[in-house]
Design a protein around this ligand. Structure first.
Ligand SMILES: [Zn+2]
Length: 597
């Protein structure tokens, strides 16, 4: 039996998993001094936003002097999808819809790729693409290579303006102004669109005003308050003015700025505008959820709005306490709640932590009591996932103590002087062959204990290198995860064709089922876990906090309230969380049900 201190420490490390999203070097212009970040360091996998120049966008761009009479009409008839597009993502692995996506839909995602923040443009496109896959297949590429009429091969368009004054092809502006298909435009360069259409305000019933950098830290969407991290505010939120409420409306409103309420999103006809990049500094219950909902309304306007929940029992290894596992299974079984079990089949403790300095190493096959508890869980609705092989890496302190269940297995990390977990890069010797060997070893260890190879993979602490993710895709095709992604991996929008840059990493949680850029179907986990103690600069989270996050998640059509739970916490917190989610209107299903689409 482990001591209390040990468990607290373990819980802490898991917070890394909870927010695992990560990091990125923070642009100098917006480095967060409070966290003591240095350029190139990455904390919490959170994407920043590029700084917005301290100028007012021009209403009469000099680029747009040769305006013709009317934008040329383009076809708004949906043609044959797929083959008609010359930009099918054949080179990359991305672009497929998740199970449940509508095959008659196809989304075009355009992004900026010029200037010093070009890599962020690609990162934002990856995030938009991952989300769009919930509703449809998609193609993404830089807006600069947009071809006139290209929109006719799609059912909807998403443009992410991350580079101030990116030279947008006039053909794209004209096609946006002419189409009746849903268009979602984010952040910069809306001024290029309005400059192209002198009658924009009359036609759409709104216009942009200027960027606000005040403390607009709450976004109200569908009668729910969502968060907006103060770190995001210096990048600006475009104020819009609705001049004709009969045409335009504001689906979401930001408050907190001295400028007063600001239309966070503005909608008129088929055009929806979000006044910022909604992928920066994302946390639980973030305005990112509103964006996720607006994106899936473009990729599949007919998406069903189910309210389903998932629970995953976390970090179950050969060192687990069989009594705790049985108690969890008994409770969930009585509640008729299917669940999954994130299991690793080999325990390592190279430095003998909590064991008088004597190293330990054993497999599931050597722990018959744990095997029988796992069987007990399976018989009561449990689905075993492969949560790595050892959930630690060799004898590395990575970043806590080298003990299984605590450390990273497929990525390296350290805790810096400010007690933040910093992601460092792939593990020494990382390769496709190494990763395959790891999966094979785990499969063998499960087999020796009498278990079939799990069908779903979950990387420990939600972290692995790009090549590891590719091997996971080849072996499983399914993850239960918050994804970790890398700048430069998707040149021109073709993911897998570029060299991942491990100093430009970013994580993403999903509110619904997606197929991510590695090609894998990814079951969502957007609610996090119970953490009774604060850790690594993350606050404690109790069942009420998880329930609040789940309530906020309800703004997302088809959002899944998915959380994970450590069996050493006992059943009281689990009961409170389950009951809270049920009271919020969610129905628990199995991960297999969600993954079926
Ligand atoms: Zn874990």
């Amino acid at each position: 039996m482990r001591g209390r201190l040990f468990r607290v420490r373990v819980a802490a490390k898991v917070i890394v998993t909870a927010l695992a999203v990560s990091m990125i070097p923070v642009p100098a212009a917006q480095a967060d001094l409070r966290l003591g970040l240095k350029l190139g360091e990455i904390v919490d996998n959170v994407l920043p936003a590029p700084p917005t120049p301290d100028t007012t966008p021009s209403r009469t761009s000099s680029r747009i002097t040769k305006r013709t009479t009317q934008p040329g009409l383009i076809s708004t008839v949906l043609g044959t999808l797929g083959p008609t597009s010359t930009r099918a993502a054949t080179a990359g692995t991305n672009g497929g819809g998740a199970p449940g996506a509508r095959s008659s839909q196809k989304t075009l995602i355009l992004y900026d790729n010029t200037g010093p923040w070009a890599w962020l443009g690609e990162a934002y496109a990856v995030q938009a693409g991952n989300l769009a896959s919930h509703g449809s297949s998609y193609v993404m590429h830089p807006v600069g290579s947009y071809a006139a009429g290209e929109i006719s091969g799609y059912t909807g368009v998403i443009y992410i303006g991350s580079t101030y004054d990116e030279p947008i092809p006039l053909a794209f502006l004209d096609d946006v102004l002419a189409t009746t298909k849903p268009v979602l435009w984010m952040a910069h360069n809306i001024w290029q669109l309005t400059a192209r259409a002198p009658s924009f305000q009359t036609t759409y019933g709104w216009n942009w005003v200027q960027y606000d950098t005040g403390a607009a830290t709450t976004v109200r969407y569908e009668n729910t308050d969502l968060g907006r991290n103060p770190l995001a505010t210096p990048s600006g939120l475009m104020i819009t003015s609705i001049t004709n409420p009969a045409i335009a409306s504001a689906p979401a409103i930001a408050t907190g700025s001295a400028a007063g309420p600001i239309n966070w999103a503005t909608k008129a006809k088929n055009l929806t505008y979000i006044g910022e990049i909604p992928f920066s500094y994302v946390d639980h219950g973030d305005r990112y959820l509103a964006a996720a909902d607006l994106i899936s309304r473009v990729s599949n306007p007919a998406m069903a709005d189910r309210k389903r929940a998932l629970v995953r029992i976390e970090d179950v290894g050969p060192d687990a306490d069989p009594g705790e596992l049985r108690a969890i299974a008994d409770y969930l079984y009585r509640q008729r709640i299917p669940f999954s079990i994130a299991a690793y089949p080999r325990y390592e403790n190279p430095y003998g932590v909590e064991n008088n300095g004597v190293a330990e190493s054993y497999t599931l096959a050597e722990r018959p009591d744990v095997i029988s508890a796992l069987r007990y869980m399976q018989n009561r609705g449990g689905t075993i996932l492969m949560h790595g092989y050892t959930h630690q890496y060799e004898k590395l302190i990575n970043p806590y103590d080298g003990v299984s269940g605590n450390d990273f297995e497929f990525y390296t990390a350290h805790v810096n002087e400010n007690d933040s977990v910093i992601y460092d890069g792939p593990v020494p010797g990382d390769s496709a062959a190494w990763m395959q060997g790891r999966i094979n070893s785990a499969t063998t260890a499960f087999a020796q204990a009498g278990f079939a190879r799990p069908a779903i993979f979950e990387p420990p602490h939600y972290a692995a290198s790009a090549v590891d993710y590719e091997v996971i895709q080849q072996n499983f095709g399914k993850r239960y995860d918050r994804g970790l992604y890398f700048g430069g991996y998707c040149p021109g929008g073709a993911c897998g064709t570029g060299t991942p840059q491990y100093d430009k990493i970013y994580g993403q949680y999903f509110p619904y089922l997606v197929r991510d850029i590695y090609g894998s179907v990814v079951a969502p986990e957007a609610v996090g876990n119970v953490e009774p103690e604060p850790f690594n600069n993350h606050p404690a989270r109790l069942p009420a906090d998880l329930v609040k996050t789940a309530q906020q998640l309800k703004v997302v059509d088809d959002g899944v309230a998915s959380f994970f739970y450590h069996p050493y916490l006992g059943t009281a917190y689990l009961r409170d969380t389950v009951q809270g989610l049920k009271n919020a209107g969610y129905t628990f299903v199995s991960v297999g049900t969600v993954m079926a689409g």
